[in-house]
Design a protein around this ligand. Structure first.
Ligand SMILES: C[S@@+](CC[C@H](N)C(=O)[O-])C[C@H]1O[C@@H](n2cnc3c(N)ncnc32)[C@H](O)[C@@H]1O
Length: 250
């Protein structure tokens, strides 16, 4: 999206951005993990992270220098060399592969714009919770069905959505099947708690204009959607969520 469009959004109060919120959450989560490893006498970088549903880009990549082991998983394997910041990639269905990692493997798990695609979000959350070490952080982003545009988009027949996706997405490779089974603030909070996670915090942000902002007509539509929900936090288009694995020793 152009700088001019970004400036317009800021002037109209469509802030903070998803990127800013995720960045702040990951800074805190990675800082926590560094302190834990430091207290245990580990040589930095010792932080172990997972990008769950890593696709073709990761907000964790900017923390690469602070990460000792960086794992990515997805149901689709990336092109060779496409994710140079990863130490390991594994093809994993997060809704099914409970044994993909031993319990308590990761300090921080990021799962960015994945939940809306999960056939069984509850199973995925149980897996992610199990793979987090005690006190470890989960950072999630996903769409919010309480926004009327998101609800309408999710309600479209698959064929109609398939025709629209190339218009609003950067490329066909970004168009994934949508389910939206756990996509409102209350459902997400309840599902994460039911998976055994604690300290669940759900922030909502307007993200339609930024997500659709490559072309002027879809930017304008997204902007109308973001303005519609600007004053109604529970209806903003996008959820940025943090949760922690319980730590009995804390
Ligand atoms: C919208 S893309 C987001 C990619 C990346 N996280 C990002 O933020 O750019 C959704 C990703 O989730 C992956 N995905 C969907 N369902 C999945 C599942 N059950 N297990 C693992 N990955 C899944 C898709 O293959 C896709 O790469």
């Amino acid at each position: 999206m152009s700088n001019r469009r970004e400036a317009t959004l800021r002037r109209l109060g469509i802030v903070p951005t998803v990127t800013e919120l995720v960045r702040a959450a990951l800074d805190e989560a990675v800082g926590w993990a560094e302190a834990v490893h430091g207290a245990q006498g580990a040589t930095p970088p010792a932080v172990v992270v997972l990008d769950a549903g890593c696709g073709r880009s990761s907000a964790l990549a900017r923390h690469r220098a602070r990460i000792g082991r960086f794992v990515g998983v997805d149901i689709h394997a990336p092109a060779p060399g496409a994710l140079p910041y990863l130490d390991e990639f594994a093809t994993v269905d997060l809704c099914a592969s409970a044994g993909a990692f031993p319990p308590a493997t990761f300090d921080v798990v990021l799962s960015s714009f994945t939940v809306e695609h999960f056939a069984d979000p509850q199973a995925a959350f149980v897996n992610l919770a199990r793979w987090l070490r005690p006190g470890g952080w989960l950072v999630l982003t996903t769409v919010n069905r309480r926004h009327p545009f998101v609800a309408a988009y999710l309600a479209l027949p698959a064929a109609a959505r398939h025709r629209m996706q190339p218009v609003v997405k950067a490329s066909a490779a970004d168009a994934h099947p949508l389910v939206g089974a756990c996509n409102d603030p209350a459902a997400l909070r309840d599902a994460l708690r039911a998976a055994g996670l604690e300290d669940v915090r759900v922030a909502t942000v307007g993200h339609l204009a930024r997500a659709w902002g490559r072309r002027l007509p879809t930017f304008a539509l997204g902007l109308a959607g973001d303005l519609l929900a600007r004053g109604v936090p529970s209806h903003r288009s996008t959820l940025v969520v943090t949760a922690r694995a319980p730590d009995p020793a804390a």
